[in-house]
Design a protein around this ligand. Structure first.
Ligand code: NAG
Ligand code: NAG
Length: 258
C-alpha cells in the first residue's frame, strides 16, 4: 500500500484497471467450478445442445455467477430479475405464476403500480419465486426466452457486452480438471487426461485405467489394463491372446473375443 502511494498512482485509476480486467475474459474454467458444472448439467437436462450449452453457460456466469447471485434484482423500470438466468418479471414470470399475469410491453410503469392491468401472457408459465429458487424451471424458461424472443441471446443484457467471449466460451474445457463435471454430467465416471473425446475426458468408472499414447482417447477396466488396437481394445496382459473389446460408446459391457 505504501509503495502505491510512493509511486503516486492515483487510486481511482488502479481501481478502474482492476474492474476492467475482471469483467472481460474472466469466465473461470468450468471443470473446476461445481456451480458451473451444475449449470451445464441443468442446461443439458433442459434440452440445450451444442454451442447453445457453451453460450448459455457463459451468460449464466455474467447474469448470476452460475446461480450464486440469484437476486431478485430490481431494475430501473421496477421489474425484477430472478434466478440463474435472471428471468424478468414483466415479460416472462409473474408473482402469481398465472399465465395471464404479466405486463404488456410499454405499459410497465402503469402496470407496476396497478396489478389489475396485468393481463398479458407471460412468456414462461412460472412464478418469479419459482424462477428464483428452481434452476430447472428457470432454465426451461431461458429456453422459452431463446425460442420466443426475436433478440436471441441478446435478450440477456450480459450477452450484449460479452458476445465475443461468450460465443467462444468452451464449457467443456477442463471438464476433468477436478472431476466435478464428470460426476455432474457423466455419473459414475472418472477423469482421464484425454479419454473419450465424446465425453471430454470422462471415462466410465468401470474403466478407470487411462491409456497412454497412442491410445489416449481410450480407457480400460482394471482387470484388462493393457490398452491396444485401433478399435476400443483392452488386454489382461500384453501376451494374452484373448482380449476384450468394447466400443467407446458401449464400454460398460465389454465383449471377450477369441
Ligand atoms: C387500475 O386500473 C383499472 C383499469 O384501468 C382501473 O379501473 C382502476 O381504477 C386502477 N386502480 C388504481 C388503484 O389505479
Ligand atoms: C401452467 O402451469 C400450471 C400449473 O403448473 C398448469 O396447470 C397449466 O396447465 C400451465 N399452462 C400452460 C399453458 O402451460
Amino acid at each position: 500500500m505504501k509503495m502505491l502511494a510512493n509511486l503516486n498512482i492515483p487510486v481511482r485509476t488502479v481501481l478502474l484497471l482492476i474492474i476492467v480486467s475482471s469483467s472481460i475474459g474472466s469466465i473461470p474454467q468450468c471443470g473446476s467450478n461445481p456451480n458451473c458444472c451444475r449449470t451445464v448439467a441443468t442446461l443439458r437436462n433442459a434440452g440445450f445442445v451444442g454451442s447453445q450449452v457453451n453460450i448459455m453457460t457463459a451468460i449464466a456466469y455474467y447474469e448470476s455467477t452460475w446461480g450464486t447471485r440469484n437476486g431478485p434484482k430490481t431494475n430501473k423500470d421496477g421489474s425484477t430479475d430472478n434466478g440463474l438466468f435472471q428471468v424478468n418479471s414483466y415479460l416472462w414470470c409473474s408473482a402469481s405464476g398465472q399465465q395471464n399475469d404479466c405486463c404488456c410491453p410499454r405499459t410497465y410503469e402503469k402496470c407496476r403500480r396497478n396489478s389489475t392491468l396485468r393481463t398479458c401472457s407471460c412468456g414462461c408459465n412460472i412464478s418469479c419465486s419459482q424462477a428464483l429458487t428452481n434452476d430447472a424451471s428457470n432454465t426451461q424458461c431461458a429456453k422459452t426466452v431463446l425460442s420466443l424472443s426475436k433478440q436471441g441471446y441478446k435478450a440477456w443484457a450480459a450477452y450484449n457486452s460479452c458476445a465475443a467471449e461468450c460465443d467462444s466460451y468452451d464449457a467443456w474445457k477442463g471438464a476433468c480438471s477436478s472431476g466435478n463435471c464428470c460426476s455432474a454430467l457423466f455419473p459414475d465416471s472418472v477423469c482421464c487426461p484425454k479419454a473419450d473425446p465424446n465425453k471430454h475426458g470422462c471415462c466410465p468408472s468401470t474403466h478407470p485405467v487411462c491409456c497412454p499414447a497412442p491410445y489416449q482417447d481410450k480407457c480400460c477396466p482394471s482387470e484388462y489394463p493393457i490398452c491396444c488396437g485401433t478399435h476400443y481394445c483392452c488386454q489382461r496382459s500384453s501376451h494374452d491372446a484373448p482380449f476384450i473389446q468394447a466400443t467407446s460408446k458401449v464400454a460398460a459391457s465389454p465383449k471377450i473375443l477369441p
